[in-house]
Design a protein around this ligand. Sequence first.
Ligand code: ADP
Ligand code: VHF
Length: 372
Amino acid sequence: MKSVIQNAQRIIIKVGSSLVTNDGRGLDHGAIARWAAQIAGLRALGKQVVLVSSGAIAEGMLRLGFEQRPTDIHELQACAAVGQMGLAQIYETSFRAHQLGTAQVLLTHADLADRERYLNARSTLTTLLRLGVVPIINENDTVVTDEIKFGDNDTLGALVANLIEADALIILTDQHGLYSADPRKDPNAVLIQQGEAGDPALEAMAGGAGSSIGRGGMLTKILAAKRAAKSGAHTIIAWGRDSDVLARLAQGEAIGTQLVAQTGHLTARKQWMADHLHTAGQVVLDAGAVQKLSKEGKSLLPIGVIEVKGEFGRGAVITCVSEQGVALARGICNYSSTETRRIMRKPSSEIEALLGFVEGQELIHRDNLVLI
Ligand SMILES: Nc1ncnc2c1ncn2[C@@H]1O[C@H](COP(=O)(O)OP(=O)(O)O)[C@@H](O)[C@H]1O
Ligand SMILES: N[C@@H](CCC(=O)OP(=O)(O)O)C(=O)O
């Protein structure tokens, strides 16, 4: 059996609290240095890597002298704020030893639910990757309350995989993968080597967190695999203390639990758009634009739009209709309805002069467009 990530180009690696901390007391500097070395190895193979790392609260607890994890939300947030400095420091130093720069990206649920911020986060992350930097992501714990928290970083890792259409999500944890039951409780549990992401049978095997430090446990990892698969990413759950786990995976060795995505990249995203029953607005296309979209598979440029209906923000899913009112396509619009009204019927070269910025030459890029 081959590792599903051997051919993966863009990879999200999530390291959990259970691993990144020294038994919940501060950060494990040695372990972090080893992951940095392994990630440098992946980068040398030409792969793009985004790291999602937990550990801020545990490091903050150490720095602020808390013996126990505080229960007060604001004390937890204070720990996260203090500890995040430590996380950033150690990652920057560890990657610097391999001539790699790092970037700190703190995200909340609200950032990804809002299309404009979602698009901004996506553009920033892909730009960082293009510039050769390793983004280090964590939840922005200081501004979120329990109700709106991701809480565990497995979910965050999957959403980031969707966000930048990663090929694979590698979840490193303190177990060798998913077992048929929680191995801390059932000595007869066996490792599940391969499964289909989204298979409900896997959810039944997974339990909660095994330590007081980890938040999600195995269930959030299984649900993260299901979520990541929606944009075509395969998931691997593996033991993070193995000193060359990433290199072995990249060489094709099947270690840990592989959860295979059944849908391809584009199919999944286009499916998501096609599934939008209600779109925020409409653009009416001239005959030339109708031809470009439906016959030639091209992007929609502002010059081909003759009317905008409804109000929508940047990144909204909208419907493209012909002058006869026939719905042709749906897609993610790079500009708001107000901006679109200003640039419609105009060549893309005039966007900057008209709006003062350029989000893209296209109103809807063909990668974000699905014919209906
Ligand atoms: N079926 C299972 N297979 C493996 N681990 C499981 C299973 N069910 C529950 N767990 C528990 O999940 C824990 C890993 O989750 P967690 O503590 O949240 O780690 P992390 O901080 O890496 O996210 C394991 O230590 C284990 O006790
Ligand atoms: N954002 C938190 C981590 C949340 C958490 O523990 O998640 P997980 O590693 O999935 O159990 C922190 O940095 O402390």
